[in-house]
Ligand binder design. Sequence first.
Ligand SMILES: Nc1ncnc2c1ncn2[C@@H]1O[C@H](COP(=O)(O)OP(=O)(O)OP(=O)(O)O)[C@@H](O)[C@H]1O
Length: 795
Amino acid sequence: MYTNCIDDDVCNRDPAIDEIMTNFVVANNKRMNFTWETDSKKWENWENDKLNIEVKEKHSIIHVPNGKFIYDYVAQHQNTTNYGLIFDIKNSNGTTNYRYQVLYNSTAHFNSTDSLNTKIASLARGLDEAIVKYANGNPNSNTEFKIDLKDFPELGFEGYGKYAMSYYSPTIFFCISMVIFINILSTIVSEKETKVRYSMEMMGLKKSVYWASWAIVYIIYYILNTFFMIILGKLFGYSFFVKTEFMVTFVVFFFYGIAMGSAAMFITTFVHRTKTAVLIGISILIIGFVINYAFGGETSCYMLWSDDVNPLYRKIFSYFIPFFNFTKVFLDINNRAGNNYNMATAMIIDGKEYKWEDLSNKPETTMSNIDSYDVDNLEPTVNGLYYLLLNTAIYFILTLYCDNIFRNVYGNRKPLYYFLLPSYWKNNNSYISDRDWLSNTQRKYKSKVRLNILDDDVKEHYKYTCNPKLNKDPVKIVNLRKIYGRGKNRKVAVKSLCLSVKKNIVLALLGQNGAGKSTTMNIMSGLSPPSSGDILIYNKSVRKNPEAVQAELGICPQEDILFKDLTAMEHLKLYSGLKGAEDSSELDEVLNNRLKAVQLYTVRNARSKTYSGGMKRRLSMIISTIGDPKVILLDEPTTGMDPVNRRYVWRFIEEFKKNRSILLTTHSMEEADALGDNIIIMSNGIMKAIGNSNYLKNKFGNGYHISAIVDPVNVEAFKAIASQMVPGIHLADDSAGALMYELDYDQTNYIPRFVKYLDENPDNYVNSWGMSQTTLEEVFLNVIHDESNRKFKEE
Ligand SMILES: Nc1ncnc2c1ncn2[C@@H]1O[C@H](COP(=O)(O)OP(=O)(O)OP(=O)(O)O)[C@@H](O)[C@H]1O
């Protein structure tokens, strides 16, 4: 294109220049194959019809209004113009200056090395000849030539935005989907960490149901996320979304989402800490980002389809790495529907429609001239979608499998071949007779303690527990042992424990920290596997059928395992549902009554995160009663509770024990005294004492204490009277008239007479007096500090 105006204004066409250009065409037509564009009207209204001139012929020459036009035209029709000529012919003092500027496109012939050398030289020579010819026709003028050569104006790459979206989309959409990926990791792992999940499992939630429910939740998330991305893509006018049929984009993003979701679920099976899970999520995000970024381009993405690459690698990537498949599918579609940059012409090529049927085609490549992959090896796009579905299935099956075979936070796991066991497939509620179980368990799991070094009552209880003729109790623990850790870290937490629990009683388990109480409870509830020994609850073995045992149990664990956003009532309803109770008005009434019993009724509709520690404890306690279990395990149920509410809970437990067996651990001697029909004192994993409160006080305590303050002059006389009233009374302390007597339980009969004397004080010897009974705390301290017990060693 040429013009005679160097400035921006539209100026009159200069016939001299037309003549020069005519000369040029005539002289160079054959050599350069130029055509002459005559329809100059096209540009006359160019301001209105801006730049819509189409240069139809490859080598046409047209006149345009001015230099700015050339600039603008080039900007909008990149690489379709070879040269711009701006003439400036001026007369001064009889000399005509022929000045022209050649703007040339140095990149139009990308693969050519000739654009500058011959064509420009040829053009300049042709123009000079044309000017000379014109000037010779005007013999009166002197002529002067001036030529400027310039590259076309440097233009910003206007298509970059569109193109960048196409190029970086796999990375961008990978990152968006990673938000849900990381959310899955943190949510599911935090349910493990806070043990909420195990609490639900104890209440009857099946693992498969647990995973299926999360799968449904995340499928919904991914559907919403997919819609969101498609709407966003369309709103921003990205060619990929605009040109591709909705169902195609939906399926691509949705399949990719569920494949990543499934992979996230798999990861949660071997991670126990939320922080670790999030860290893994972020690491995968970074790795995936790099891979997607690297694979975003065609050459690198299709690289694995090169003949040089072992197809096995391709398969491994396809079967196990969702974002690899996603990038391939995305690129396949994007090659057609997206705005692509054509390197050969340095142009952005607008995307074409992409339809559902196109999925079964092999991708249209844009760089097939670059031999980094073999086009024939490329699989149809739809295969990538199949691989994504395969990824989803593989990871979901692995999730279900690994969740069973990897240790949970309690160290429990199933054998690798668990799914081959008949018990896995049939509802194994198999009843085991007491006799068979007792003899088998004792044969299989030998006791590691010598009975003769146990306390007599404990020994008797061990014998009773293992006697199939006598022991008809619903709960039996035989030779139970639990070892944590190995080598230096080895810790025997429970040492060959034998214990049986009757119906209608509360058995209180006392012991120092680390005595093995919670371990025993965790094994009973099927959470933690025993190292040796077994537990039989209503003729179901914890080893063989923990799920069936859990159906008989209600558990209040040591830590409150609550959903912070659920209310008390919602918790009770949720767990009632898990226990199989139908939602009914009767159920509501039962639940309300229980909430009333522990003073939670008024806050039943408040979220548990707003509860105080004591309120959470009471809720956990009530949850353990859901489904009317026959055996209830209460691990320190009243910790952190004020004395008033503790008494409400005690009353509730006392009433609830009818027809049930309740096993309670506590550090409160008062609680054990108030609730425990039978009390066991444990130390270092060993049962040290067993009996009811009075029996233990009698056996391990010092009976009653009677103190009296007597005037020093009357001390001897008072001592004589005391010895006469309570034969064999023991004077524990005598200092300056403050006398302290200890009375055994077999001296209890003499107490009323002695108390009457002290109260009436007929001899006026006594200034003041007091009486107290041995507390359970004293008993506890006596038992665990007992020297003979200390000598006890596990063999
Ligand atoms: N998961 C575990 N890994 C290693 N050791 C453990 C584990 N759980 C418990 N132990 C150890 O086993 C012993 C018994 O612990 P357990 O929690 O049963 O005691 P406890 O009587 O319930 O104590 P507390 O009254 O403090 O709850 C302790 O020495 C404890 O450190």
